[in-house]
Design a protein around this ligand. Structure first.
Ligand SMILES: Nc1ncnc2c1ncn2[C@@H]1O[C@H](COP(=O)(O)OP(=O)(O)OP(=O)(O)O)[C@@H](O)[C@H]1O
Length: 578
């Protein structure tokens, strides 16, 4: 937990909080002594001036205590909230820069819980620590010392009370800590089920799994709620129990104190101040215990956050990266004997992949489901790194480029069409923030998206919902294609991006790509399941179980490659051939 705060929490904030806390405790410790003075010297002797004089001092200390407490709270809250702010930023930065291999290791819902709920736990415990954990021991020691000064013999009461308190706190820790720790994993589970239900709501309805999913959520919710109730019951019982101990202590103090007063061994005022110190001792003891109850939960949260920071990127950046040249034309991309295996997978998903493409050429990649097409194109922007072999761009191994520079060279349309909440213009400028409206309309034109975009009077200002949910699947695909085209890159990758388009749009779109001046100077990689989509590519790779089993033009392959022929035949049967 302290590791997380290092460099993220200002040391001056800690110093400031400690200083104000010391002022507050000093003021608080003075007030009971002044009370005994007022009683012993003012009330007993009927000295009104003395009562006024000491009374004003008491008010002064009270005001000082309030001001110091407010300053401490202000500093502690600010420092803790800033710690939370930095933690959230750092987790997000880490996640965004992870390679897909690391990203696969922690579930998305758990990642969200870690960024929100876990960070809140750390914030809360730091506020408590900057207030109570520092204040309680100082107050405990100070009040014990002053109580002892007021009367040595009465202090003996604590020899009985404190062991009772210790046993009580021990039981509390034993019962509450595991439940507090479990809160985080239960929150994770609740979020996971909720997220799955939300993202899969249409499937759930279509398969009439509403009841099943509702029960699943109910189960996770009940488990979470029950644990929270148990924690609250324990905490709720603990407060009256503490009150009982404090009241019992007061009764004992009054009982023995009265005897001492009767024997003239102690003035009345000392009894009053002794009782106040006793309350301070017991309350600080309790506050300290509360911190110890909260710390394990925050520690569990800290561990979960640290796990994210500890994910080491397998993508190594070259310390002296080669400069990229993104100017159109004269680019080349080459795969040489490339193997790739997913982390923890036994078999490689790609074996000995070899091909080359130059600017102005289109490479089609075709193959059955699961043949490794997506895995292959994911290697180009280094979402993953090759296991064996080499991929080079413009004659340089991809690993020699800075990651950001390399990704600037590649424009990628992923299989799943994802848009972001905001205006269409903002979405289109994702890869080129200063793109003009003219450039955007040009890209929309190639992507065959102009018509439906123009249907809305708001044009490029039209609103895009989260995930682009206010567009049809085909419209979303065209918009993601347009977004990729707005970005000026050396290599354009379309991962099965034409699948939701009807045949005519697919064909017109590819023709528009061919006719575009910039695209004529770029390398285009098109992954597809449909023969028609890749038929006019300059080079078609036929993938089967991660191996390139054929390479050539449509005419070459259709006469010589068995698997390509099988794909053609299967699509002719569906009335689907080019
Ligand atoms: N993140 C991953 N971790 C482990 N294995 C994976 C991962 N992604 C894909 N695979 C496996 O790699 C193989 C190839 O998957 P890939 O997505 O590259 O195929 P594809 O040809 O693009 O399939 P499709 O046409 O269905 O999109 C599959 O067997 C799949 O199970």
């Amino acid at each position: 937990m302290f590791k997380l705060a290092k460099g993220r929490m200002s040391i001056w904030a800690v110093v400031g909080a400690v200083l104000f806390m010391i002022v507050q405790v000093t003021a608080n410790l003075n007030i009971p002594s002044l009370t005994s003075d007022i009683v012993n010297n003012g009330v007993v002797n009927g000295d009104i001036d003395y009562i006024w004089h000491v009374g004003m001092k008491m008010i002064g200390f009270s005001l000082l205590s309030i001001a110091a407490a407010a300053s401490n709270v202000f500093i502690a809250s600010q420092a803790s909230m800033k710690l939370g702010h930095r933690l959230r930023n750092d987790i997000y930065g880490k996640v965004i820069n992870m390679s897909n291999d690391e990203y696969d290791q922690i579930e998305t819902s758990s990642m969200i819980t870690r960024t929100t709920n876990d960070v809140i736990q750390i914030q809360n415990v730091y506020i408590m620590m900057l207030r109570m954990m520092l204040m309680s021991p100082v107050m405990l020691i100070g009040a014990s010392f002053l109580a002892y000064n007021k009367n040595h013999r009465l202090t003996l009461i604590f020899l009985v009370v404190l062991p009772i308190m210790l046993v009580f706190v021990g039981i509390l820790l034993y019962l509450a800590v595991p439940k507090f720790k479990a809160m985080q994993t239960k929150t994770d589970r609740l979020n996971r089920v909720f997220r799955e239900g939300l993202t899969g709501v249409r499937v759930i309805r279509a398969f009439r799994r509403d009841k099943f999913e509702q029960d699943r959520f109910e189960d996770a919710n009940r488990d979470f709620t029950q644990n929270a109730i148990n924690v609250n019951i324990i905490m709720a019982f603990s407060f009256p129990a503490i009150q009982l101990i404090i009241s019992g202590t007061n009764v004992a103090i009054v009982w023995f104190g009265a005897k001492l007063i009767g024997a003239q061994a102690m003035p009345v005022g000392n009894l009053i101040s002794f009782m106040a110190y006793a309350a301070q001792i017991l309350v600080s003891f309790m506050m300290l215990s509360m911190v110890f109850i909260m710390i394990p939960r925050a520690q569990a949260s800290a561990k979960r956050i640290q796990e994210v920071f500890d994910l080491r990127s397998t993508l190594k950046e070259d310390t002296t990266p080669v400069k990229t040249d993104n100017t159109p034309g004269n680019h080349s991309l080459e795969f040489s004997h490339v193997d790739y295996r997913y982390a923890n997978a036994e078999e490689p998903v790609l074996t000995n992949v070899d091909f080359k493409a130059d600017s102005g050429q289109t490479v089609g990649i075709i193959g059955g489901t699961g043949s490794g097409k997506t895995s292959l194109v994911n290697l180009i922007p280094r979402f993953y790194d090759v296991e064996k072999g080499e991929i080079s761009l413009d004659g340089q191994d991809l690993k020699h480029y800075g990651l950001a520079d390399l990704r600037d060279m590649v424009s990628f349309v992923p299989q799943k069409a994802v848009l972001f909440r905001g205006t269409l213009r903002e979405n289109m400028r994702f890869g080129k923030p200063n793109a003009t409206d003219e450039e955007i309309w040009h890209a929309l034109g190639i992507a065959q998206a102009t018509d439906f975009v123009k249907e809305s009077p708001e044009g490029l200002d039209q609103y895009v919902e989260q995930n682009g949910d206010n567009y049809s699947g085909g419209q979303r695909q065209r918009l993601t294609i347009a977004r990729a085209l707005v970005k000026q890159a050396a290599v354009y990758v379309f991962d099965d991006s034409f699948s939701a388009l009807d045949f005519k749009t697919d064909s017109v779109l590819r023709q528009a790509l061919k006719n575009d001046e910039h695209m004529q100077q770029s390398i285009i990689i098109i992954v597809a399941e449909r023969i028609a989509t890749v038929a006019d590519a300059d080079n078609i790779l036929v993938l089967d179980e991660g191996k390139v089993v054929g390479q050539g033009t449509h005419d070459e392959l259709k006469n010589s490659n068995e698997i390509y022929q099988e794909i053609i035949n299967s699509q002719i049967k569906k009335g689907d051939e080019a």
